[in-house]
Ligand binder design. Sequence first.
Ligand code: BDR
Ligand code: CA
Length: 322
Amino acid sequence: MTSRATARPDPIPVVLDCDPGVDDAVALLLAFRSAELRVRAVTTVAGNAGIEVVTANAAAVLDLAGAPPDLPLAAGAAGPLRGGERVPDEPIHGGNALGDVTLPVSARLPAAQPAVELIAQLALEHPGELVLIALGPLTNVARLVTEQPAAAAALREIVHMGGAAFAQGNITPAAEFNTFCDPEAARIVLTSGLPIRLVPLDVTRRTGFPRALSARLASSANPAAAAAGAMLLGMTAAHQARTGAAVCHVHDASAVASVLAPEAMTWQRAAVEVECAGELSRGALVVDALGRTDWPATVDIALSAREGVLEELLMSRLERRP
Ligand code: BDR
Ligand code: CA
């Protein structure tokens, strides 16, 4: 009997829109080290730090990931959609937003093309194929939806780490950081009717990434794994000072994991709205899980993940030789 080679599916083209951020950095490394994905571009949005800092951090992480020098990198929104002050830097990521780990300064410069235009161009070049993985506030994505609707409709789907569906928030009791940074943008995206998979705190904060695994990565001979481990140790120290637990939450890597292994998560389709006015609840998600409204149920929400799936993916892919 002759053996037939099993055909591997083509890698999924993805754009990562991010605000590095320790967990964004680790999510980028996971994406670049996953043969199932083909990273077409990285775009940035102000969130964990200002736009200059997160864009320089993204460039440094692209070097660490061994991304081709001409991989498109574009800067996006410097603040929320409706203007005004942005939410202050998120201190859990350290003073430089990379867990106080100093990466070599990158020679990469962001393209002259703004982030929204780059995403639109790629979506139209890969109709029905491109997955936009949004790991920060949804400002760029909301602008794509409103300013480039044909391109937004050409996306295969939007995968977003953000929100607290039925869980407590992490910046206020009601709101998750990314949604709180730009609730108006989150409302535009989550009610757009586009295919969206949401990976909220309900999943990403359920288990912590243990300090021992971060330390193991930090002692790796592989520079990308070692830097990821060092950054995670920085975030773990900040988390431990806050809570006493020797873990950290690698939220954004769970969004990438949900593309790599969607079957490892349980999903519920529901209508999702965003509170933009609440005195105590600005940025909270309002999920119509029982169908009490006539809002269209268009968002697939991850509610749980197989135990250990994120740890397995991160350790196996980051520790592997490039
Ligand atoms: C989200 O907020 C940011 O601090 C993280 O990078 C992640 O995207 C978690 O609430
Ligand atoms: Ca982020």
